[in-house]
Design a protein. Structure first.
Length: 435
């Protein structure tokens, strides 16, 4: 754990410390070479490469016939979940889809100038791939935060990939969630080779138009490398949380919220406290030490506590806001006396959680907005998954003859400036025809 106190540094030195914290990669750049090799194998060898990779990385023996999860398996997974799990899935799905529906965009047209009608129309993507992490932390909730939103958008083909266990089976709760969320195809494919199958297609898997969903550093690198062949939601790194706190904050709650992101599994997660109360960091450290002993994933948490926890003391709320905007966190919690007054001034965060009664895990599971959010500072230029992630937007333009004649000099002048004679001719020929 690292404590940074503005009182211990000259202003420029303190700012330099902060800047180094802001610059954090989504994944180590050296990951790209082995990832590129796996992508190329799948692109060249198709199903054979998927079967090899499943054996190598997931210790699963698959065949071309077993790559896809059958509908019988999906139905059995739904039938096999206990009532409490079914209720949790249904409640979360209802909240997530309700939020998505509230974001619906309606097509519109209006006459903006005499004879000029402009508008927009929105169409769902046809085929989308969702990546669902498995392994030590099977992210059942991610199914709803991706596939269920795509279904609300009207995507007709929602293709999920998720890693198999050594027995070749997929976590049954993930399968049940996929069926309930509206996934139309499910494949037992994990990691980089799953991303490759979605991007390039194989004999058994048709390629998709866009890939969404979180993953480890290798998955993130794979998504970045296939971008252009296919669209992606964002390039995201390990999970992270920043807590903005003043003297009203409860150190027990702050510590619990920091630990909630430290347990994800890679050991590269970050948990940051920015506070105007100089006494809070030491009290939070004591709580971190106490509460970590209650967690089963202690080894993972310890790695984050050693290298990824930063407790920053700032002079005032203005500086705290500046640090939060500079860090641009995935999750931003406000343990403040008046959080609603601060939120409008926070310009770069994946999701903002207002007030001490809004712990970040409600966003992970059941609040409503998708938990697939930008990390590693990319909230400065990416947004989290939403209904618009799964839509195409087309502008609509219609001119009358009179409107074209009126604006033709502007068209011709720009064509002249840019040396694009045919552009100008496409407008002027219409006047000649009318003449």
């Amino acid at each position: 754990m690292t404590i940074l106190d503005y009182r211990e540094y000259p202003e420029a030195a303190f700012q330099a410390k902060l800047e180094s914290l802001y610059r954090r990669p989504g994944y180590p750049p050296e990951f790209e070479e082995p990832v590129r090799e796996i992508l190329n194998q799948v692109r060249c060898d198709g199903d054979e490469a998927l079967i090899r990779c499943a054996r190598q990385f997931d210790r699963a023996e698959l065949t071309r016939e077993t790559l896809r999860v059958s509908d019988v398996e999906l139905q059995a997974a739904v039938a096999g979940i206990d009532p409490a799990t079914r209720a949790a899935l249904e409640q979360a799905k209802a909240a997530i889809t309700d939020f998505a529906r509230r974001m619906r965009r309606e097509p519109w047209r209006t006459e903006v100038r005499p004879g000029v009608v402009l508008g927009e129309q929105f169409s769902p993507l046809h085929r989308v791939g969702v990546y669902i992490p498995g392994g030590t932390a099977p992210l059942v909730s991610t199914v709803l935060h991706t596939a269920a939103i795509a279904a609300v958008a009207g995507v007709p083909e929602i293709v999920a990939v998720t890693p198999p266990g050594p027995d070749g089976k997929v976590n049954p709760a993930i399968l049940a969630a996929l069926k309930l969320a509206g996934a139309t195809e499910v494949y037992r494919l994990g990691g980089v080779y799953g991303i490759a199958a979605l991007a390039y297609g194989t004999q058994s898997v048709k390629p998709v138009e866009k890939i969404v969903g979180p993953g480890n550093a290798y998955v993130t690198a794979a998504k970045k490398l296939v971008y252009g062949t296919v669209a992606i939601d964002m390039v995201a790194g390990p999970s992270e949380i920043l807590v903005l706190a003043d003297e009203t904050a409860d150190p027990r709650w702050v510590a619990a919220d920091l630990l909630s992101q430290a347990e994800h599994g890679s050991g590269r997660e970050q948990a940051v406290l920015v506070t105007t109360d100089p006494t809070l960091p030491e009290r939070v450290v004591a709580e971190l030490e106490r509460q970590k002993r209650l967690l089963p994933r202690l080894e993972t948490v310890e790695r984050v506590l050693q290298h990824g926890v930063f407790l920053i003391i700032v002079a005032d709320l203005e500086q705290a806001i500046a640090v939060a905007n500079g860090y641009a966190p995935e999750h931003l919690e406000l343990h403040l006396a008046n959080p609603e007054a601060v939120t409008p001034r926070l310009t770069a965060a994946g999701a903002i959680f207002e007030g001490p009664w809004t712990p970040e895990p409600v966003g992970d599971f059941c609040a409503g907005p998708s938990h697939v959010l930008p990390t590693a500072g990319s909230a400065r230029f990416f947004s989290g998954i939403s209904l618009e992630t799964f839509l195409r937007r087309s502008s609509v333009v219609r001119y009358t003859a009179e409107a074209l004649y009126r604006e033709l000099p502007t068209v011709e002048k720009f064509a002249e400036l840019e040396g694009l004679t045919a552009h100008g001719r496409a407008g002027s020929i219409r006047r000649e025809v009318e003449s």
